[in-house]
Design a binder for this molecule. Structure first.
Ligand code: SF4
Length: 386
């Protein structure tokens, strides 16, 4: 089973913390949709596996009309073998699907039904916070009222809903984050993705912090927020199946799970990344150039083959973030004894410090080690064993 990721590189406005690829100029939208469809055709032979997940990410996919989304989905179905019950996710921003101008002349309410009618069966809503102060600081295009109204409307039409929240935001108090968690839990939706705010290079947020306009992002505050998150989600029956992801039993994101399991996926659209089991490739992150090259039949991508060591490092990094952790059997089977011995040597110190624990034939991070899992994983990395 495999996945297709489609990057929609447009946003209404630039969120201050964001370093994803997008343009706020939408005037080439029709050309972009045509180019995405052409890329799907050009890369048909790269994906022979049955496709189980289709994911519209971005950028802001909810800026596309129903007709545009349908055109892309029809092309996916025409070019690839799709499973009988695929998971089809659309990332959506609250302001696009509530209160605003009707899209395609349809009523606002019908937008949800229209999504369902073209096959979308999972919504991932970019809420980030239920408080104006946070939304303004991040320069989100929606307000708190729209976020709540959007989720409540979405619930009338969709079961499979996820929302994104961000913690560790400058000036976000413990109480405000706790209130965010409580609001999210009271909404009773099956999936939450919660991320610690990171200050990416060359973003407006980095600039504001450097100039002292915004206070810095504090690691210990984020860690405290993370602790609250674990406590409250666990008490409400959510499973923290990956560091940033929480779900009610049976509502894991199939798309994300496949990614963490190292399954192949095809990334379509500017800046999208692909993985075929042996190499990673990534498309150019420039909208006009992407359209120009694809239109002439050229794939504007770079490719990097992964060595065994690269694959081991990625395996350790992604698996340690998941609840099942690293499997000793898989390390031995996929990488060999030398790698297993190296892992067993490196993990000792973290086991003594109670950051890692051996559970059956798996190595997992403990509650204490969870927030530090990326750092712990990098201590288990190899530079080169070959
Ligand atoms: S809407 Fe999403 S992709 Fe667009 S700028 Fe904001 S965070 Fe980035």
């Amino acid at each position: 089973m495999a996945g297709i990721y489609i990057h929609i590189p447009f946003c209404k406005q630039a969120c201050h913390y964001c370093d994803f690829h997008f343009s706020t100029s939408l005037h080439k939208r029709d050309q972009m949709v045509a180019a995405i469809c052409k890329e799907l055709e050009l890369r048909k032979s790269e994906m022979v596996e049955t496709v189980q997940t289709i994911y519209f990410g971005g950028g802001t996919p909810s800026l596309l009309t129903i007709e545009e989304l349908k055109t892309i989905l029809d092309t996916v179905y025409n070019q690839f073998h799709i499973s009988e019950a695929p998971e089809i996710t659309l990332e959506a921003n609250p302001d696009d699907i509530i209160f605003n101008e009707p899209i395609d002349g349809q009523s606002q309410i019908n937008i949800f039904e229209a999504y369902k009618n073209i096959g979308i069966n999972r919504l991932s809503i970019g809420v980030q916070s239920f408080f104006e102060e946070d939304l303004k600081l991040m320069n989100r295009a929606h307000n708190a009222t729209e976020a709540l109204a959007c989720i409540n409307k979405a619930k009338e039409h969709f079961d499979n809903i996820s929302i994104d929240l961000i913690y560790g935001i400058p000036k976000m108090t413990r109480e405000r984050w706790l209130e965010n968690i409580k609001i999210a839990l009271a909404l009773d939706i099956p999936h939450l993705s919660c991320y610690a705010l990171t200050v990416e290079p060359k973003t407006a947020l980095e600039n504001f912090i450097k100039k002292g306009i915004v206070p810095p992002v504090e690691d210990d505050v984020a860690q405290e927020h993370h602790k609250l998150l674990l406590e409250y989600t666990e008490a409400s029956g959510y499973d923290n199946y990956e560091f940033s992801n929480f779900c009610k039993p049976g509502w894991e994101s199939q798309n994300n799970t496949a990614y963490w399991q190292g399954k192949p996926y095809l990334g379509i659209g500017p800046s999208a990344h692909s993985y075929d089991g042996n190499a990673r490739s990534w498309n150019i992150n420039n909208n006009p150039l992407y359209i120009k090259k694809i239109t002439t039949g050229e794939l504007p991508m770079e490719r990097e083959s992964l060595s065994k060591t690269d694959k081991y490092n990625e395996y350790v990094m992604t698996r340690l973030r998941t609840k099942n952790g690293v499997s000793f059997t898989e390390i031995s089977k996929n990488f060999g004894t030398k790698y297993l011995e190296y892992l067993e040597l490196q993990m000792k110190e973290h086991i003594t410090s109670n950051f890692l624990i051996i559970d059956g034939e798996n190595l997992k991070v403990t509650k204490k080690g969870k927030f530090l899992s990326d750092g712990i994983a990098s201590d288990l990395f190899l530079l080169n064993l070959e």
